[in-house]
Design a protein around this ligand. Structure first.
Ligand SMILES: [Fe+2]
Ligand SMILES: [Fe+2]
Length: 209
């Protein structure tokens, strides 16, 4: 059974709790300001959308390269970790009553198309895609960790621990991609530049919608 994530950030109406709790059981040292609540809700929505996209990127890559004896198990491992990240944010969003992105079907199709498309260009292009995506996601999580550090609250500290763990796994994916010759992909600078720009645009869109 999957371990429950007990982060209840947004108490009393819990905008950040990893665990369901009665509204009166606020674990916060102080009430979060409306600004902090808005910021955290937006962060959670973006992170959830990002993990959704990542899950579908690996699904797309696995659909094309899953039977490759060397790359297949690597893709499966990274895909499995993304599924855990997504399930974590699913739970955190629900516990904190944060609305998920309205563009879920779009991120699924876009993620799958990016994953399958780069995999069709070859193993190195698939790895270049992973390198580009995980670079942006790693930086994005680092930016969030810096922002959250400004809020002294035990529930926020729990959220930071969750994000840190996921960030570390994203950076493992990045290292895996580099170790598996991402830089030998055709048109590597153009390909990774386009994907990184696309990810940054996706983060911006997901923070709004
Ligand atoms: Fe992830
Ligand atoms: Fe990842």
């Amino acid at each position: 059974m999957r371990r429950r994530l007990a982060v209840s950030v947004l108490a009393p109406r819990r905008l950040f709790t990893t665990e369901p709790a009665a509204p009166s059981d606020s674990p916060h040292k102080r009430a979060l300001t409306p600004e902090e609540r808005r910021l955290i809700a937006s962060m959670l929505r973006v992170d959830h959308a990002g993990e959704l996209g990542a899950t579908w990127i690996y699904k797309g890559q696995h659909a094309v390269l899953g039977r490759d004896s060397k790359i297949g198990p690597l893709l499966q491992h990274m895909w499995d970790q993304e599924k855990v990240h997504l399930a974590g944010f699913d739970q955190i969003l629900a516990n904190n009553r944060v609305r998920p992105t309205a563009l879920r079907p779009f991120w699924e199709v876009a993620g799958f198309a990016l994953g399958a498309g780069t995999a069709l260009m070859g193993k190195e292009a698939a790895m270049a895609c992973t390198e580009a995506v995980e670079t942006v996601i790693g930086e994005h999580y680092n930016d969030q960790l810096r922002e959250l550090l400004k809020i002294d609250d035990p529930e926020i500290a729990k959220l930071r621990a969750v994000i840190k763990k996921f960030r570390d796994e994203e950076l493992e994916h990045l290292n895996t991609a580099v170790d598996h010759e991402a830089k030998k992909a055709p048109a590597y600078p153009v390909l990774t530049g386009l994907i990184q720009q696309g990810c940054k645009t996706a983060i911006w869109i997901a923070s709004k919608i």
